[in-house]
Ligand binder design. Sequence first.
Ligand code: ADP
Ligand code: MG
Length: 213
Amino acid sequence: MIEAVTNEENFRKFYSSLEEPKIILIAGKRRSGKTCLGFKFLETIQRIRDLDAYTVGFPLKIEGIKNVDLVSKLPSDCVAFMDEASLLNIGYSSRRSMKTRNIILGDILGLASQKGISLIFVVQNTGLLELNVIRQADCLAIKEPSRFQIMTERRFLKDYFKYAKRVFSGLDEGERVKHAILIDDYYTGLIKFTPPAFWSEEISYAFKNVNLK
Ligand SMILES: Nc1ncnc2c1ncn2[C@@H]1O[C@H](COP(=O)(O)OP(=O)(O)O)[C@@H](O)[C@H]1O
Ligand SMILES: [Mg+2]
């Protein structure tokens, strides 16, 4: 379950908006629950839209979820999840922005809504993503920010991260992984979620044996 902590009516509107293809970005410090929230959105949107669910470049096989190694291999009408480690692993970071794959990523995101693809992206810091990728996002979910997050974030997003930092500092430490700040046209505020049914600590550590290229 994903639920609103503040305005339930607006959250219902957000929930309905997931019926349409949407690009959701998730950012926050290490071990803040980004991957778990990403898969929660994948599970939720798969149910709402009744479409196939995909991971992109994910090193672990998960029951009921297909995997492709490139965003360009995603079919039309699906919901897909991409984690930061696969971004680095397959060369999608802004540090390699000249790479064809990166250009393809920007293009695919641009086409995502036309192709009916709901996309979920996880990064520690949005500075790792091409501006073009951030530009396409419809929704930002902020998990607990890291010590230096605000100073190192993309300038136009800093106020949101400051807001998130303030809200998270008011939560008990054990509660923080269960929450996120959502910035969306329909709902802006705190949300709470439980892990998806298929969640395991193995998924949380899926990239531990992957060598960064
Ligand atoms: N909603 C939640 N409820 C309970 N535990 C959670 C929740 N979200 C994440 N966790 C736990 O927090 C830890 C970090 O989660 P993970 O998603 O792997 O973080 P990240 O991807 O940010 O490094 C894991 O042990 C995970 O099981
Ligand atoms: Mg993770």
